[in-house]
Design a protein around this ligand. Structure first.
Ligand code: COA
Length: 372
């Protein structure tokens, strides 16, 4: 028995939530292009992932009402964010600890029924944007802005972050970016969440596991590093020699390559379109142009494709989001998928406990410490 490194191409569970087939991504049977072409809302997609059918208007109204009623965070949670905002922690660490804290302040946190878990899911989903916007403002010495229940998920977040109502174009772009990141079958953080759920622990533990997993630079942390790279290239003034030097020293180029997609990441083209629409004719157009140069060079030199993180970096930057917050935005969106998978795992559970291949020595003889 030998191990498959990184569990590459292994099928670890059945799911009805999302599928990647022939370099296409679908959610509960709907190709993501359906949501992009028809201006679906992120709320509809969350509902779809959790219920496996699109909501009727009445179902959507009720769902949105429940979400909006849970937007606000308590003073206690805000205080904890304030303390963390002064400690030079990575923003993902702050999100991880604060989501965990939501469980501390929920008196039903240890209840495990599917009904209670559904309410907890709504609560977590609704409060994460408020946690992120509160943190982003507090660390800049700004007063947090209370959520507005008359705004949808995407618009409310941008409003809380910047203190002014976003434009229609900004809301549309952010809504699309949220949908595109919402689920991705058994990516590392979702797998981690399902492993945790399979032990029948609480939902706060499951999503905390997932946030910690997403933080890494080979997963969600890549988009932050894409923007840092674009800034470095802008400063160096020479895209080709910057990238060539990285490739020569065997460094990975962030935002390129994918474990599953080999010809195209289907999410990338929408993010690229958005990056163009948002930057055209503005000072930020140079980030779009730089990205295009990087894409052309890396495709030509390495045959690698840009992934979801590559153009999302420019989109988030133009929306006024700091680069070290990018991964939190990814988490805000992927939360929908994590929760869907936790719910699915719990509905038809089997403890996830694979085997390992032992590669060390055997039958060694114990030598007392005074003789070693
Ligand atoms: C996503 C990723 C982890 C997939 O990894 P994987 O399936 O394990 O593939 P590998 O890392 O084994 O890569 C296969 C080959 O392509 C190269 N490669 C893959 N991605 C690369 C990148 N971004 N830059 C440079 N080379 C890359 C590897 O060096 C390797 O080359 P080798 O066979 O000569 O050693 C990898 O492409 C990566 O690290 N990308 C950058 C981080 C990123 O953007 N992550 C977000 C993913 S959505």
């Amino acid at each position: 028995m030998t191990a498959s490194m990184g569990l590459k191409d292994m099928i670890a569970c059945d799911t009805r939530i999302s599928a990647i087939e022939n370099d296409e991504l679908s959610y509960a049977g709907y190709n993501i292009s359906e949501f992009m072409d028809n201006n679906a809302s992120f709320e509809e997609v969350i509902y779809l992932l959790w219920n496996l059918h699109l909501p009727t208007q009445i179902e959507l109204n009720q769902f949105e009402e429940k979400l909006r009623a849970e937007y606000a965070i308590s003073d206690a949670v805000e205080q904890c964010i304030l303390i963390q905002s002064r400690k030079h922690l990575h923003p993902m660490s702050v999100l991880r600890s604060t989501v965990s804290l939501l469980g501390v302040y929920n008196i039903h946190a240890e209840e495990n029924s599917l009904e209670v878990m559904y309410d907890q899911s709504i609560q977590i989903m609704a409060k994460v944007p408020t946690i992120i916007a509160t943190f982003a403002r507090l660390r800049q010495g700004l007063t947090p802005i209370a959520p507005r229940e008359d705004l949808g998920f995407a618009a409310n977040f941008l409003y809380m972050l910047k203190g002014e109502e976003p434009t229609e174009l900004e809301v549309r772009a952010f809504n699309k970016a949220l949908i595109l990141h919402a689920d991705h079958e058994l990516n590392a953080s979702t797998f981690a969440a399902r492993v945790t759920a399979s032990t029948l622990t609480d939902i706060y533990s499951c999503v905390t596991t997932a946030i910690g997993t997403l933080k890494g630079s080979l997963h969600g942390g890549a988009n932050e590093r894409v923007f840092d790279m674009l800034m470095d290239i802008r400063e160096s003034g020479d895209t080709e020699s910057y990238l060539r030097q990285k490739l020569d020293s065997k460094e990975k180029i962030m935002g390129f390559g994918h474990r599953v997609y080999k010809t195209v990441d289907p999410r990338q083209k929408y993010l690229k379109e958005m990056a163009l629409a948002l930057t055209q004719g503005t000072d930020d157009e140079e980030f779009y142009n730089l990205s295009q140069e990087v894409e052309d060079f890396i495709r030509h030199e390495k045959g690698l494709i840009p992934n979801v993180d590559f153009y999302s970096a420019t989109v988030y930057h133009v929306l006024g989001i700091d680069s070290d917050i990018f991964t939190l935005i990814f988490a805000m969106s992927r939360m929908a998928g994590w929760i869907a998978h936790v719910q699915e795992q719990k509905k038809n559970n089997k403890l996830i406990r694979p085997r390992s291949h032992y590669a060390g020595q055997m039958e060694l003889v114990y030598i007392p410490i005074n003789r070693r």
